[in-house]
Design a protein around this ligand. Structure first.
Ligand code: GTP
Ligand code: MG
Length: 334
């Protein structure tokens, strides 16, 4: 049989699921690391309010600290909400933090979303910080809701993020691959589009009132009790889901014509969105709220071929039950 039809034997599937559980247990943050993160957030809040005592300043977490998909190694993503314009000039925050013992302080003020990066040597925490970016808080809450609907989402998504990190496929900042967030959306969309889906679309529910924030509709179903049994009909094991994930993106998904849409819980033709003219945008992943944004536009043609090759490699290994090798650290040939 051709490689793409390689089946997983029951014994292999069971071993893969066990290995995934074990890896997952190694990835979840320890209470000690959670404590360091909380202390860091309290410290940050104190530093900011001491410096700007008359402003209202709130420290919110987003990204993996807020969506339950953080690993031991994840940074803390912080969004400061404030009415003080001085803080929107993120470099003023960078100056403050550098003077208070934070290290490796970098201020990226000209990005679309200006950020400050810091490392706290005392608490051993890395942090990315931005100001007044409410959409990021909303999409974090959306991801957290999906994670809460079915027990398999968290281990599956964390392992896919881990794989992407090890294979150096998730550094959007390097300008060539996909962000963790993009991998997360690909995972959620995969679970929504299975023949027997594990996840619904929380945005495509009847009776939702539009909620417009920064010009985009961020409405989604918040009452998760409606979905308590949603994934039950799909009885796939974790191992089976990981195998299907790699099979789907390695051999089935049509990168040329199709957009992955978490918002619709399905696939849409690029032409429907007017995205078919973007020839070098091989992979298209719609941002759930900001639907004009293709999250995968960080990957150009060449890097997309590399990512596709890695997906096929992962499928080959996983379909032989080899999780360790699948997640082996990528090393550049010397
Ligand atoms: P790790 O840090 O790798 O553990 O993963 P993460 O879940 O924190 O993901 P990442 O650092 O890629 O992104 C953090 C958050 O930033 C996401 O949860 C989103 O809220 C937001 N984000 C990242 N990339 C984009 C983007 O391209 N568009 C928008 N609107 N939000 C983004
Ligand atoms: Mg992060």
């Amino acid at each position: 049989p051709s490689v793409k039809n390689r089946r997983l034997s029951l014994a292999q599937e069971e071993k893969l699921s066990r290995d995934m559980r074990e890896l997952y247990n190694e990835l979840i943050p320890t209470p000690e690391s959670e404590q360091r993160r909380s202390k860091f957030l309290a410290k940050l809040e104190r530093l900011l309010s001491d410096r700007w005592p008359n402003s209202s300043i709130k420290v919110n977490v987003f990204g993996s600290t807020g969506n339950c998909l953080g690993t031991l190694a994840s940074d803390v993503d912080v969004c400061i909400t404030t009415d003080n314009n001085e803080l929107s000039q993120v470099c003023s925050i960078a100056e403050l933090l550098a003077s208070q013992g934070m290290e490796r302080v970098v201020c990226v003020s000209r990005a679309k979303v200006p950020i400050v990066k810091v490392w706290d040597p005392e608490l051993q925490v890395a942090c990315d910080l931005n100001v007044n970016n409410p959409i990021a808080l909303e999409n974090t809450s959306l991801v957290r809701s999906y994670v809460a609907i079915d027990d398999r989402v968290r281990p599956l998504a964390m392992i896919i993020k881990h794989w992407a990190k090890r294979r150096i496929l998730n550094d959007a900042a390097l300008g060539s691959t996909l962000s963790s967030y993009t991998w997360i959306c690909l995972t959620l969309n995969f679970l929504q589009t299975l023949k027997t889906p594990v996840l619904p679309s929380l945005q495509a529910q009847p009776g939702l009132q539009p909620h417009i924030l920064d010009g985009v509709n961020v409405a989604f179903e918040k009452d998760l009790t409606k979905f308590a049994d949603f994934g039950r009909k799909n009885t796939s094991s974790l191992g089976k889901l990981l195998y299907e994930f790699f099979r789907f993106y390695a051999h089935e998904f049509d990168f040329e014509t199709t957009v992955a849409s978490v918002r619709l819980g399905g696939h849409v033709a690029k032409s429907v969105k007017g995205w078919h003219m973007l020839l070098d945008n091989r992979l298209c992943v719609e941002e759930p709220f900001n639907i004009n944004r293709n999250l995968a536009n960080t990957a150009d043609d060449t890097s997309m071929r590399g990512i596709h090759k890695e997906l096929r490699r992962a499928f080959d290994l996983v379909s032989n039950g080899k999780l360790d090798e699948c997640c082996e650290q990528f090393a550049y040939p010397t």
